[in-house]
Design a binder for this molecule. Structure first.
Ligand SMILES: Nc1ncnc2c1ncn2[C@@H]1O[C@H](COP(=O)(O)OP(=O)(O)OP(=O)(O)O)[C@@H](O)[C@H]1O
Length: 260
């Protein structure tokens, strides 16, 4: 009953249908069909080169930056196919924030890193910007560590703090979706734990998609897991089931560490 109630109540933010992507002649994604549920954390797992990064980058059309890429199928976001829509890219990027593997703060102050996005979207009043900076840094569990040095260069922060700053920067435009491409792979274990706790705290307010090579991480923080293999989606489902009772042998071999 509970599962049924969840199915009827949960909205899909993305509905991907028969999606294909080529880099020149090399097809990197093949007939991908899946839904990404609102306010769920979905982990994308699979061996190196299976198309995880390519997939996550298509969700905010970052892939459009590469002229060799061709895409076909449907990539519906809030019911609109991003491959044919006239939706403004800036609007899409505001709604769908992204955090990368390596922390990439701008070489500006901590404050300016977070205020950057809201400024671009027209917010000018200092008081309003101050509030956004504070709430975003609090949301990223960084406020207490930086509140007395907001004017210091962001590059003076540790790697883990820089990554949480990048998450604060993404939160500042009030996105609906957060895409994270291996956000902890460059971090030490303590910083990794902090970012994982942060993701867990954000799951009630945001739809999160995370690419990870770390099986324990996927099991700890995600609600749903999608297993990709050689450009294909092998299966997607509740994380607990994917790890304990997958439908496909290949998934079982991968999650149990037998290849990858
Ligand atoms: N910019 C690019 N130009 C051409 N081919 C690319 C490009 N980026 C990725 N590919 C190819 O697309 C396929 C999928 O790569 P992708 O980086 O998406 O895989 P991945 O699962 O994220 O790998 P990893 O875990 O190693 O990061 C690979 O065959 C790769 O060589």
């Amino acid at each position: 009953m509970q599962a049924l109630a969840e199915q009827t109540e949960t909205k899909n933010v993305y509905d991907v249908l028969d999606f294909n992507l080529w880099y020149g002649n090399n097809q990197a994604l093949k007939n991908i069909s899946l839904q990404l549920k609102e306010k769920h954390v979905t982990a994308i797992i699979g061996p190196s080169g299976c198309g995880k990064s390519t997939f996550i980058k298509t969700l905010n059309l970052m892939s459009r930056l590469n002229p060799d890429i061709r895409m076909a199928g449907e990539l519906n976001f809030r019911g609109e196919n991003l491959l044919t829509t006239s939706m403004d890219l800036a609007e899409l990027r505001k709604a769908v924030g992204m955090v990368f593997q390596k922390p990439n703060p701008f070489p500006k102050s901590i404050y300016e890193n977070v205020a950057y996005g809201p400024r671009i979207h027209g917010i000018r009043k200092k008081k309003e910007l101050d509030e956004i900076v504070e709430s975003s840094l609090k949301g990223a569990f960084l406020w207490e560590e930086v509140k007395d040095r907001l004017n210091k260069n962001a590059l003076s922060l540790s790697g883990g703090q820089q990554q949480r700053l990048c998450i604060a920067r993404a939160l500042a435009t009030k996105p609906e979706v957060l895409l994270m491409d291996e956000p902890t792979s460059a971090l030490d274990p303590i910083s990794t734990t902090k970012v994982e706790e942060l993701i867990t705290s954000l799951r009630d307010s945001y739809t999160i998609v995370i690419v990870t090579h770390n099986m324990q991480q996927a099991a700890r923080i995600s609600d749903e897991t999608a297993f990709f293999y050689m450009g294909e989606l092998v299966e997607i489902g509740p994380t607990q089931r994917i790890f304990s009772n997958p439908e496909h042998k290949r998934t079982e071999d991968y999650v149990s560490g037998q290849f990858g």
